[in-house]
Design a protein around this ligand. Structure first.
Ligand SMILES: [Mn+2]
Length: 428
């Protein structure tokens, strides 16, 4: 409640005095695209649900048709599919589906990301399904001939979470398609745009393309079975094991159930956490402070490859009694090129808290107007580059001082929203 009162002061934000009755994004969607009452069926109650279902069906088939035309217009080309730096199962499976659909039009797609696969389940997903994603570091980029690519595609992101975006833009590669379910970050010029923030997973959108006939799945083709399994995993992981799934997501899961391999999915989910990830979770538990049902924990420095320990720690902290929102952050460093970035994750079970708005409000924008982070239903993240302050951590006094400054500043910014009535002049 106190959080809402802080939002009230900010006119930029759409979250205001009206708390969302059930689910923020769905309701917002209804408000933003007013459904004219006369077009609703004359029945009572359930009519709205039927109407929404029909609307999303017709949107899905309309978008599938548009995408088919986009593929036809780009036959025989080579495209890059750019994922967020730390791709998740939703992104990986959706990109693979795109690649398989595009193949039919003789479009060769390479799925690339700049960061790392650091969640044990993501590594298992890629290994067990032979999912064709490649890591392109900034070094790799130098050796690439961009002139052989006629376009690029953004899937499960809008370019704001990828270091690769600026490289393809500098190489003047045109943006062919954006398919995502995060809130709209900025207007992008592309041949095809399908951004549906009220859909819980990009995998749902891709399953709808499959159902609309863009690719006929065949359970006797191993690759199709593996791709359907990957989509099921993506859909499950973005909906908190279907607990936040909506009708569209359940319909997509029902369709995938005809093709996916339950044993393979189980094998992916059985992947164990590394000791280093367990250590980060332990640190988050030790360092957490709980105020007004928010649990906040800084975990200090961690390696690039363990970056995914941060969201896993947040997932864990949010399970504590009386906690509805957890924020975990740390300084992630890439030993190769002394790069450091503050990375944080938010998890919430509070329906009226919009992670996208919360993070944008807490951390604001950089000098170019780009937000440090954003989110979707129930989850969000942020990345704050450390620039000039990066590196030199062999001096442990300096490393500690640097952590203390960032830790303090992040806590200040978060607590301003958690306890909006704190008087900044009072000392603690
Ligand atoms: Mn997603």
């Amino acid at each position: 409640m106190q959080l809402n009162s802080s939002f009230k002061q900010s006119e930029k934000l759409s979250l205001n005095t009206e708390p969302y009755p059930e689910d923020g994004e769905i309701d917002k969607e209804v408000v933003e695209m007013p459904l004219t009452k006369p077009s609703l069926p004359a029945s009572t109650g359930d009519g709205v649900g039927i109407y929404l279902g029909q609307r999303s069906n017709s949107l899905a088939s309309q978008k599938s048709e548009e995408l088919r035309k986009t593929f036809l217009a780009h036959q025989h080309e080579r495209h890059l599919i750019i994922l967020q730096d730390f791709p998740d199962p939703d992104a990986l499976s959706s990109a693979w589906t795109y690649q398989l659909i595009a193949q039919q039009y003789d479009i060769k797609c390479e799925i690339i990301y700049a960061g790392a696969l650091s969640h044990q389940e993501n590594i298992a997903l890629v290994k067990l399904t032979n999912l064709p994603a490649q890591r392109w570091t900034l070094q790799t980029l130098k050796s690439k001939d961009f002139s052989s690519y006629q376009g690029f595609v953004l899937i499960d992101n809008q370019g704001t979470t990828s270091q690769l975006l600026s490289c393809v833009q500098q190489a003047n590669i045109p943006l062919i398609a954006v398919i995502d379910h995060h809130s709209l970050q900025s207007e992008l010029e592309a041949d095809f745009v399908d951004i549906r923030p009220y859909v819980r997973a990009t995998a749902t959108i891709f399953t709808q393309y499959l159902q609309a006939g863009l690719l006929t799945l065949d359970s006797s083709i191993g690759q199709h079975v593996k791709c359907a399994t990957a989509l099921m995993h993506g859909l499950r992981s973005d909906t908190n094991r279907l607990m936040q799934a909506q009708e569209d997501d359940f319909m997509a899961a029902a369709y995938l159930s005809r093709f996916y391999d339950a044993q393979l999915l189980n094998a992916i989910l059985q992947a164990n956490r590394s000791k280093r990830v367990m250590d980060v979770i332990e640190r988050s538990l030790k360092n957490r402070i709980v105020q007004n049902n928010f649990s906040i924990a800084g975990v200090g420095y961690l390696r690039y490859d363990d970056r995914d320990a941060i969201p896993q720690a947040a997932d864990f902290l949010v399970t504590e009694e009386n906690v509805h929102t957890a924020v975990v952050y740390g300084i992630v460093h890439d030993e190769d090129d002394e790069l450091e970035v503050v990375i944080g994750s938010l998890r919430t079970t509070k329906l009226t808290l919009d992670p996208d708005e919360f993070i944008k409000e807490a951390f604001g924008q950089d000098s170019t107007g780009r937000f440090f982070g954003g989110g979707r239903t129930s989850a969000g993240g942020f990345e704050i580059p450390m620039g000039f302050l990066s590196g030199s951590n062999e001096n442990s006094a300096y490393a500690k001082m640097k952590w203390d400054v960032f830790d303090t500043q992040i806590k200040q910014k978060l607590l301003r929203l958690v306890n909006p009535r704190d008087n900044p002049i009072q000392s603690e």
